[in-house]
Design a protein around this ligand. Structure first.
Ligand code: HSE
Length: 432
């Protein structure tokens, strides 16, 4: 029920790209529903974007236009600032600081901003008693921040693992369906509005790392420290790897994994082989999934669209509803309750998938297995696939559990053999 005595919540929006347009449309199209749900009417009163002349499919009539987004903070006709500019520094950070210093609620979809400056911004928000909300920063339309910070607040969470980048999940899914190479499919993801302004953030795992850092902070109280995270992307994954992984009973997914350990939290982002028998293996396309394991609840799974206009705008507007209801409590914990410690990957224990591209001639297998034997690496299964006559063959193997230092050393040695036609590829198999 709306409270007619409450004044309209006046919203200023900075950034009118895919998500900004979506937010404005939801606020207009669902106005009655949102008023009913949050008990207060909301309306966009002011906007800012780089170029006023672009046709965005909606009218700016009645809205104040600010050339400088930071001016939204001091606009007396703005009660809450929504930041959809992107980037960890520059105007997004200046606007966050200015809005919170004015004591105005700040809502953002900007994972880079929160991952880099979340602790300082949260301290400012607490000092100013102004809410800082970022549901849209992680996993698009999945309300995972709310689930972890509210729904699971009774639990000790000890592991979170997730597919957090819609672009990479889309690329890997389409590579599997079509056999097309990575570069061709990335262009489609950009057209569909999934990718970051700089898509290297998607494909090199940085976007996933930003989101995982935020999840670790909300789930474990871990300090936000991007330097404490191992990050590897998907550029080196080929359609061959996806096909071979399928034959072995796996899918390849870019995952973020965060685990509570004795000295803090271990966080890593990299492609993984996940068994076809797990639910996560079947989360395809632009979808994201987050699995949170805790005590006493056990395992919980959250799945949904992770990028694009509708899902991201849905999460932004949900935060606005919280602001309209009067939310103030901080979501990020005070800094460094639990340290995020970079432990490197040398000690990482796993089974590994290895693909070697070799000359198809006598003695090759003996040289490979000797290098593995010398690192005390045991082979669980091994396949050789010959291609056309004269073409290099593919040797695929899965190791028994070992550690990454042994894998790296043996790959270095195998990579130096004359018979190698390309650098060795290894992918970690995730035990879920
Ligand atoms: N580029 C991001 C993705 C958008 O592909 O998931 C949502 O954060």
């Amino acid at each position: 029920m709306s409270d007619d005595n409450k004044p309209v919540l006046k919203v200023g929006v900075a950034g009118l790209g895919t998500v900004g347009g979506g937010v404005i449309k939801i606020l207009r199209d669902n106005a009655a529903l949102l008023t009913q749900r949050s008990g207060r009417a909301m309306a966009v009163t002011a906007v800012s974007a780089r170029n006023r002349r672009v046709d965005r499919g909606f009218s700016f009539d009645g809205l104040t236009w600010h050339d400088d987004p930071v001016d939204l903070a001091a606009d007396p006709n703005v009660d809450v600032v929504v930041e959809l500019i992107g980037g960890s520094d520059g105007p997004a950070l200046l606007l966050a600081q200015a809005a919170l210093k004015e004591g105005k609620p700040f809502v953002t979809a900007n994972k880079a901003l929160i991952a880099r400056h979340g602790e300082a911004l949260s301290a400012l928000a607490v000092e100013q008693d102004a809410p800082l909300r970022f549901e849209a920063a992680v996993a698009g339309g999945i309300p995972i921040i709310k689930a972890l910070s509210e729904g699971l607040s009774a639990n000790t969470i000890d592991r979170v693992y997730a597919i957090l980048n819609g672009t990479c999940n889309y690329i890997l899914s389409v590579m599997e369906e079509t056999g097309a190479p990575f570069e061709d499919i990335l262009a489609d993801a950009q057209k569909l509005g999934y990718a970051e302004a700089d898509p290297t953030f998607d494909v090199d795992g940085i976007d996933t790392a930003h989101k995982l850092a935020i999840l670790s902070s909300v789930a474990f109280g871990a300090s936000l420290n991007m330097d404490a995270m191992f990050t590897e992307g998907i550029r080196h994954i080929t359609p061959h790897d996806i096909t071979f992984a399928g034959e072995l009973g796996y899918k390849i997914k870019l995952m973020g994994v965060s685990t509570l350990i004795d000295d803090g939290v271990m966080q890593r982002v990299h492609p993984c082989l996940v068994s076809l028998e797990t639910a996560i293996a079947h989360v395809n396309g632009v979808n994201n999934v987050v699995v949170a394991e805790g005590d006493p609840i056990g395992q919980t799974v959250y799945q949904g669209p992770g990028a694009g206009e509708g899902p991201t705008a849905s999460a932004v507007v949900a935060d606005l509803c919280d602001v309209a209801r009067g939310a103030t409590s901080p979501i990020l914990p005070p800094p460094a309750d639990v340290p995020s410690t970079y432990l490197g990957m040398d000690g990482h224990e796993a089974r590994y998938y290895v693909r070697l591209t070799v000359a198809d001639e006598p003695g090759v297998m003996a040289a490979i297995t000797a290098a593995l034997r010398d690192e005390d690496l045991s082979i669980e299964s091994l396949i050789q696939r010959s291609h056309a006559a004269g073409e290099p063959a593919s040797v695929l193997l899965v190791t028994h559990e070992t550690n990454e230092m042994k894998i790296r050393r043996s790959m270095e040695r195998i990579g130096g053999l004359d018979v190698m036609a390309a650098a060795p590829v290894f992918i970690r198999i995730e035990n879920l």
